[in-house]
Design a protein around this ligand. Sequence first.
Ligand code: ADP
Length: 450
Amino acid sequence: MFWRIFLYLAFQSVGGFSGWFFARNVAPGNALVGLLVGMVAAGLAWFLVDAVRGVKLLRWLRMGDATTPAMSGGLWGEVADRTRRQLKSRERQTQASDERLQDFLAALQASPNGVTLLDAQAHIEWFNQTAASHFGFETQRDVLQHFGNLVRDPGFAAYFSARDFRRDVTMPGRADTPTRPVKLSVQLHPYSDGKMLLLSRDVTALEQADAMRRDFVANVSHEIRTPLTVLAGFVETLQTLALDEHERHRYLDLMAQQSSRMQTLVSDLLTLSRLEGSPPVGATEWVPVHLLMQQVAQEVHALTEHLSQTSGQPHVIEFDEFEGTELAGAHSELLSAMANLAGNAVRYTPAGGTIHVSWRMLPEGRGEFSVQDTGSGIAAEHIPRLTERFYRVDSSRSRDTGGTGLGLAIVKHVAQRHGAELKIESTPGKGSTFSLVFPPARVKAIDPAL
Ligand code: ADP
């Protein structure tokens, strides 16, 4: 400021002196007028120079370029310099908060959950990729759209209008179809000034697992309740009626049948849960295939004998020769899977039918165990579901022959634990072939020298 006053006074002095000096030489009587005119002219010149510098500063401010200095020196120079420094520091702050915002958005983008930001009127402000795939949003098209116009699920609409956001709501996702359901869990979290954060999570697998668990519990209860009801009825009959010896025996036989049915069911359930809960089977224990076949044959013969007591005519059972190969895995599990397949072939083949059990080496060192029958066969639409627990094509035949509906589920688990593949081929009315194909790492030829 001092410099400014000094400069002004200097202009005035130089102007006044020049006016006085000029007037004194031209018209000595008018020296005072010359002094005044000189001072006014100097004032005007000072004002002009000052205005030019002010305009220059204004122009520079309008461009807002903080990198080049507008001018130096004087009051305007200092104003320009301070403004430039402030602009620079603001620019740095803006850049830093921009970077923070980008980091923050990148973190939200990486979230496995869908994140959608809504303003107070529920217009979409931002969403991440996961939310885009959950709801089928497109950035260009859907930002600033009302969320309710894009997501029209009635359950969500009711949740939104009830304004109780303490819980989540489950709704179908954009890709939901009757054959491939997609379920989303959606929850709104209000934050500053009525804005809302909408979190969405794909819960399809959870919902399916929950439905499977519910079905499983219902199925097990049903399977146990039936023989229990029958047993309770027989007990009551024995308690209330005076039966002769023959009748008593008949009832006790029927009761034994029901309790053995329950025992089989519980034992299959335990087998399944053991298979699901134990670690994968290593390839350290080698079991000779011919030993497995002998044991399968014993079980199959026991079953055919039992069944032929009721049907009269026995099945024809054929076993190939199996010398020379070993399988790596858990002996009891392999036996249980193979015996299950052979047992099913007997149970679903009418009396007198043929069951052929074989083992053969496939290309690349794989080994295939297969059971072929001439039984009822299975329609193609049932085949993908046969390994589901309690899935039965022919329920009455399954129960009549002592089936629990868990046999193929056990086979599938054993196969998975041994890296094997369960293959099912069937022609209704002609018969079926169930095969287990083992990988080369689990199959080896027995050294004849040993
Ligand atoms: P189950 O104890 O009922 O036999 P499984 O899991 O072993 O249960 O088999 C599931 C269903 O698959 C059976 O109920 C039956 O309908 C069908 N099935 C299995 N093996 C055969 C077969 N060899 N021939 C025809 N149907 C079969």
